[in-house]
Design a binder for this molecule. Structure first.
Ligand code: CS2
Ligand code: MG
Length: 421
């Protein structure tokens, strides 16, 4: 073993020394094994590499370019072990802060560095965060149907598979393509190269949703946890009415009941209802939900690792939420790659104020491109003990699935006015 006085660590790196951790390569990988994913792979001088997800559904190449053109040149030569400093450098240093593109790019770097640190320390990331708080992370699956009966059958199938919590969506009479309903095997909203135009009808929706949950409680009893996603379709007063109408069916949560850019609008919903509220899959920073959290206007915060600036920032957000009795309920749709799911599960395994984790099955092709060690058992996801985040990428296979442009749909009212999708 050399000592600092005998040799310079720059010319004779020791294991774990700064030189060993020097970033020598950073590569942006875009692949479409069933849907598009952007992955950052950072490699250190020692050969240890880490992965980070940078997928922003429908706007993937914007983040790929942000990383490739503006971030990667800054990474080479830096110490992969300075995770906090790197975060501050990318956030403050860009001058232009926040926003989904910037924060997804920062998240990719951040998660890749946590992955590297875990591999170098020979520890799973949940251990680096402070260790296990629970054995497994409660998850909810996605059930949907063209009508109430079909949605109820779908909920039944999830219960048979061992799910303890299920999100339920159903078709709205008179609405051709309601949010969350699909006749394909897995619900996948980004279907076409240019946005699909859908038509929205709020009165019909407000009529059918309480009927759906009344039927679900009749068919499946009181013990399964039920969730519902409004997907930003209602005004604050309409959201308050729906939350009140759903009270008898004791939802685990009502999600994105109204757009939350105007955080104060949640005060109105709270005033009228005790239905638990979740929000924040489109948030990118603690500032987007500060008012909601410190005024206890929500019960669950959905902002997850990839769109919220990585483990480093979401940890700050979760700690802030804990002070105000708000729990985590991370976004986990299929447009978040297994790399995000792996990182989120390490977080879920540690975070004291954990609530629930959304979980949709990825396609077999996606699972093959991103081999991972997390497993679903009896309604909970369990992380493995692989050092790092426990997710890898098969680059040769990834190269077989070139990028395919796809955008999310848009919604309009019947008179043609643009609405929130
Ligand atoms: C949804 C998502 O999972 C959810 O709660 O809101 O499916 C969302 O529509 C997509 O992630 C958008 O990319
Ligand atoms: Mg949602």
């Amino acid at each position: 073993m050399s000592t600092a006085t005998e040799t310079s660590t720059h010319t004779h790196p020791e294991p774990g020394s700064r030189n060993d951790r020097e970033i020598v390569d950073a590569k942006v990988i875009v692949t479409c094994p069933g849907r598009n994913f952007v992955t950052l792979k950072i490699t250190t001088r020692s050969g240890v590499y880490g992965l980070g997800d940078a997928t922003l559904n429908g706007r993937e190449l914007a983040v790929a370019s942000y990383l490739q053109d503006h971030v990667v040149p800054n990474l080479i030569g830096r110490d992969a072990g300075r995770i906090e400093d790197m975060w501050q450098f990318l956030h403050r240093g860009a001058y232009w802060r926040r926003g989904p593109v910037t924060m997804s790019a920062i998240a990719a770097v951040d998660v890749a560095l946590w992955d590297i640190l875990g591999k170098m320390a020979n520890l799973p990331v949940y251990q680096l965060l402070g260790g296990r708080s629970r054995e497994g992370a409660l998850v909810y699956g996605h059930a949907n149907g063209r009508d109430i009966a079909e949605a109820s059958d779908a909920v039944g199938k999830f219960i048979e598979q061992g799910f303890l919590a299920v999100r339920a969506q159903c078709g709205v009479p008179g609405v051709k393509k309601a949010y969350g309903v699909s006749n394909a095997k897995g619900y996948e909203p980004a279907e076409s190269e240019l946005p699909l135009e859908t038509v929205w009808n709020t009165p019909r929706y407000l009529e059918v949703v309480p009927q759906l949950f009344e039927q679900l409680r009749k068919d499946h009893g009181n013990h399964v946890e039920l969730l519902h996603d409004v997907h930003h379709r209602l005004t604050p007063i309409e959201a308050a009415r729906l939350a009140r109408d759903l009270e008898p069916y004791r939802l685990f949560w009502l999600e994105d009941a109204t757009p939350a850019e105007n955080q104060k609008s949640f005060e109105l919903i709270r005033k009228h209802s005790v239905t638990a509220l979740a929000v924040g899959e489109v948030f990118n920073s603690i500032w987007d939900c500060k008012h909601l959290i410190e005024n206890q206007l929500i019960d669950y915060i959905r902002t997850t690792i990839v769109h919220g600036g990585g483990i480093t920032h979401v940890r700050r957000l979760a700690d802030f939420a804990a002070l105000h009795s708000v729990r985590t309920g991370f976004h986990g749709a299929t447009d978040l790659s297994p790399v995000t799911m792996g990182a989120a599960l390490h977080f879920d395994t540690w975070v004291p104020n954990f609530g629930i984790q959304e979980y949709m099955f990825h396609t077999d092709e996606t699972d093959e491109v991103f081999p991972h060690d997390y497993v679903l058992r009896a309604g909970r996801l369990h992380v493995g003990d692989t050092p790092g985040i426990g997710v890898d990428i098969d680059e040769k296979l990834a190269a077989k699935y070139p990028y395919a442009p796809k955008q999310l749909p848009v919604a309009r009212l019947e008179d043609g006015s643009m609405w929130d999708w």
